[in-house]
Each structure stands twice: as C-alpha cells, then as structure tokens.
Ligand binder design. Structure first.
Ligand code: MEV
Length: 423
C-alpha cells in the first residue's frame, strides 16, 4: 500500500488517525487506542496543544518532576524538570540538599548579547560596499523602528550592526553581523523579523541576499554557576582523595572528547529538563552549548574544577538563550506554572537557575562515577521500569523493590527473581 499522501494537513484529526491506522497498523487494534488515550478530556486544553504544531494526532507526555531544596544566591528554589531519564530528578534533589548545607549555589550572568546575521553575496569592490554600508546604516536601524519599539521600551533592541568580510572563507561572501539585547524574551521571532527587514532595506542590484537568521551560537550570552566549600567539608570518608579524583574526572573531560561529550550530556540532562519545563527551546540551548564547548577548536568540558588552599571549587560557564516572556512560556499551562514555581524569574534569573541545574547534574554524575560507579544508582532508579515491563502486580512489585534494596540490580537478576517468585 502506498504511503504517499497529499492534502494530509487538511484532514481532520480523526481522518489523519484513520489514514495512519489503515497504512501502518491494519492488524493492530491498539494503535488507535494508544493515540487517543493521550488526548486530554478538556477539549479547550487539547485544542491548545493541537494548535502548537501541524498534523497533531496525540500528545506525547514526559514526566514532570520537581527538585526541591536548591539555594541559589541565598534564595530557595524548587526546580521543575520535564525529563524521561529516571535518575535525573533524584540526582538534582540529592545534590541540591547536599550543597544547601555547604553555602548553596552562586550564579551570575556575565553577558546577554544575542546575534543575528544577514548573509549575502557581493562581487564588487569592497570599499564601495563599505561606503554604501556606512551611508545606509542609520536607515537600517530606522527601518526596524516599528518592530523594535516595544523592545526598546524594555531596554532592549539592536545594539550594533557590523559589516563583515567573509571572502577569505567563501568567495563573495559578506554578512551583516548584528547584536541584539532581547531582555526577558528569548527573542528568536524579534531577531528574525528585524533581520528580514534590515535585509530588505540593505539589498540592491549588487547585493544578493542569501538568508537572514539568528545565530544559536551565543558566546556573549553567558551565565556562570559555582559551588565551593572546604575540602574537609565535602563529607566523604576520604574527602581529599574524593576532591582529587573529582578534579581528575573534569581534567579528563577537558582533554578527551569522547569523555567530554558524555560529561556534557550529563550536564544537559539537568539543563534540558528545566528548559523544557519552562517552555524554552532546548534544541537552541543544546546546539549553542556544544558549539561553546568546542570554542577552543577542541570539544571540552563545560564545567571546571579547582582545589586551591584547601577549597574545592566547581563551576560551569555556558551560553543560555532563554525567555520568561513570549513563545510557549505563557501559552503552555505547565510552562507558566513552572515559571510561577520559580517565582516568576527574569530571563537572567532563569539563566542562573538552569545553569545551576546543569552543574548539579554534573556534580551528581562525577561524584557517583568517581566513587561507587554510576550503575548502582541508575539501576536502582531503573528497577521500577524493569518491574513494570515484566507486568508485575503491586504485591510482586513491593516484594521486588524490597528484595533489591541491598542487592545489585541488573535486568537479568530482576527477571530471575520475578520468575522465581511466580513459580
Ligand atoms: C547519563 O545520562 C549521564 C552520564 O553518563 C553523565 C556522565 O557520564 O558524566 C552519567
């Protein structure tokens, strides 16, 4: 049967599902049920979700958990996290509590500049282009005035427009490299609208605009979060050795890209979860973070660690383009609720909270990796997933959870014990 379809977006939701079922699940009576099972009985709420994207046929749930007891710059937070990986919220909660008795987290925003570019081709004389740019620069700004009006009222807008010669990298390639301040909004739509208007004003017979788009690489939109305490207060049986191994783990991630990617993935476990819970764009954050991790020409750790004069210090520096107004933040009821739970932060405050979530996650991972190993905690958290997969009853589940409290968890060990129990 052909899987090609025209006019699909015009189908009603039911027609779309019928076509999917007929095409992919002709002998599976559960497919339709599974899709419909996730519809919200509140019709208005369902419609809201349907309209976020095209061709919506269902909702895809992620668990939404909270990690309490975070102290950031002396202020208490409960951090909402949307994530499917079983150990992430538990790790965040554990680390929040741990650092709450050691001075909490300190965080500061270092810079908040966003970037957008108009990419164009020009084959003429560079000096003439430069003259033309100097002459038209004020007009470029003027042409965006109606778009930037509200943003300027909030203290944002276009900070700078530069003409950049990129012909050393690509024949005839130039760009307008434009710096923005977007205050509490992530600013993607604002930046792209400004760029398209600027491109329109800028183009002439000799300038061929290729595209106008924001950049998700934001090395000047940086937040720093840190924890520190006396080595002796780290609370390990041998805190000196712990600090040393911890530092070595970070050092390894700085010289070995295979490890750095996993190290940073663990950081993103925390970061993405809060970014998603607050209705922000995790793909933008991911792309920007990994580009920043490669800024030296080699992919490295996003966190750093130092032990000096008996003080253990661990910190992260990461670009985060986040918004607390606009986008999905007020539209999605759970994003709105997340921001309320975070006491309605400004975008800068949210940058600090998200960076802390990443640092906390990395601390949890490195602490486990350099001491007990990661699997002990992971498999404990994974135990209930395995039990669920086996179709255990509530009584069997309670038994298995109890049984494995002091035993090593592995998939086969759980299956064996389950089978033994059923026999
Ligand atoms: C798993 O999701 C994340 C870790 O692999 C991170 C790390 O190795 O640092 C545990």
């Amino acid at each position: 049967m052909s899987k090609t379809i025209t006019g699909f977006s015009k189908f009603s939701k039911t027609q779309k599902i019928n076509w999917l079922v007929k095409t992919f699940f002709p002998n599976d009576s559960t497919a339709e049920k599974t899709l419909k099972q996730y519809w919200n009985s509140d019709k208005e709420l369902q419609q809201l979700h349907d309209e976020f994207i095209e061709n919506t046929v269902s909702n895809y749930y992620l668990p939404y958990g909270v990690a309490p007891n975070f102290i950031i710059n002396e202020k208490q937070y409960v951090i909402p996290m949307a994530v499917e990986e079983s150990s992430v919220v538990a790790a965040a909660s554990l680390v929040a509590k741990y650092w709450s008795t050691r001075g909490g987290f300190k965080a500061e925003v270092i810079s908040t500049k966003k970037i957008g570019q108009v990419h164009f081709m020009y084959e003429g004389d560079f000096n003439e282009l430069q003259d033309y740019f100097n002459k038209i620069k004020d007009n470029l700004l003027k042409s965006t005035e109606s778009i930037t009006k509200n943003m300027r009222k909030r203290g944002g807008g276009i900070l700078e427009i530069e003409l950049r010669d990129k012909t050393a990298d690509l024949d005839n390639y130039f760009q307008l490299h434009i710096t923005f301040e977007t205050k509490d909004s992530m600013g993607a739509n604002f930046i792209n609208s400004c760029l398209e208007t600027i491109a329109d004003t800028f183009k002439n017979d000799d300038i061929q605009i290729v595209m106008s788009i924001l950049s998700n690489y934001l090395p000047d939109c940086i937040v720093r979060a840190e924890v520190s305490c006396k080595v002796q207060d780290l609370g390990e049986s041998n805190s000196g050795l712990f600090a040393k191994k911890f530092m070595q783990a970070v050092a390894i991630a700085n010289v070995e890209p295979h490890r750095a990617v996993t190290h940073n993935k663990g950081i993103m476990n925390g970061i993405d979860a809060v970014v998603i819970a607050t209705g922000n764009d995790f793909r933008a954050v991911e792309a920007g973070a990994h580009a920043y991790a490669s800024r030296s020409g080699k992919y490295k750790s996003l966190t750093n660690c130092e032990v000096k004069d008996g003080i253990f210090k661990f910190w992260i520096e990461i670009p985060l383009a986040l918004g607390t107004v606009g986008g999905l933040t007020a539209l999605h009821p759970l994003s709105k609720l997340s921001l309320q739970m975070l006491q309605n932060p400004s975008a800068e405050e949210l940058m600090k909270i998200v960076a802390v979530a990443g640092l906390a996650q990395n601390f949890a991972a490195l602490r486990a990796l350099t001491t007990t190993g990661i699997q002990q905690g992971h498999m404990k958290m994974h135990l209930s997933n395995i039990i669920k997969q086996l179709g255990a009853t509530e009584k069997e589940r309670d038994y298995l959870l109890e049984h494995f409290t002091d035993k090593q968890v592995s998939h086969s060990a759980v299956v064996d014990e389950f089978e033994r129990l059923r026999k």
